[in-house]
Design a protein around this ligand. Structure first.
Ligand code: FMN
Length: 192
């Protein structure tokens, strides 16, 4: 009997939440640009369910532009304290605006203003430029929550393949790879 891999990820994340000292939901997100050049950066996985893995960002950022061109992406988490890695590959889609609105509204006020202040991935002349943009937004909005900027929101990564890696003795690590098929998830072992 195979455990459905998303349920297995949720179970592993719950173990990581108790074991990891910091940001257990941090994952490396890999995207590819129009020339086939991959790039990778850390994002926070903000929700996992049967549909897939959610993360939030600026749609005009480098990753956002790359996903607009090629929606295929990969996530990779490494839980050092658990000696486990999970690799997730699939296709991204933008979350419905209502879902991004709800997530944005639940963020701390300063994080909301920071999202407005940052032209993520654009060149920045000086750090003070960003601080001035942030200060101007504090003056403009006070303690009132701003609406979600249109260019900021979430993605759902719909997984096609999920692989669980667990450290073994003598580098005989365990790898179990789940592949989505029309009939459901097919699972098999892979040489380490
Ligand atoms: C622990 C950690 C968590 C992060 N979480 C996010 C996130 O959830 N969303 C995001 O846009 N950037 C996040 N970042 C910043 C990204 O790694 C990256 O610098 C930024 O998104 C710009 O990437 P890009 O220029 O490739 O689009 C995080 C960075 C770290 C180290």
């Amino acid at each position: 009997m195979t455990i459905e891999p998303i349920a297995r990820f949720v179970e592993a994340l719950a173990r990581a939440v108790t074991a990891e000292p910091d940001v257990p939901e941090a994952a490396v997100l890999a995207t590819v640009d129009a020339n086939g050049q991959p790039s990778a950066r850390v994002v926070l996985i903000r929700g996992v369910d049967a549909r897939g893995f959610r993360f939030f960002t600026n749609y005009a950022s480098q990753k956002g532009r790359e996903l607009a061109h090629n929606p295929r992406a990969a996530l990779c988490v490494h839980w050092k304290s658990l000696h486990e890695q999970v690799r997730i590959e699939g296709t991204t889609e933008r979350l419905p605006a209502s879902e991004s609105d709800a997530y944005f509204a639940a963020r701390p006020h300063e994080s909301q203003l920071a999202a407005l202040a940052s032209l993520q991935s654009e060149p920045l002349a000086s750090k003070s430029e960003l601080e001035h943009r942030f200060a101007a937004l504090v003056t403009e909005h006070g303690a009132v929550s701003p609406p979600r900027p249109e260019g900021w929101g979430g993605y759902l990564l719909v997984p096609q393949r999920i692989e669980f890696w667990r450290e073994g003795p003598h580098r005989l690590h365990e790898r179990e790879r789940y592949e989505r098929t029309v009939g459901g998830w097919r699972v098999g072992l892979v040489y380490p």
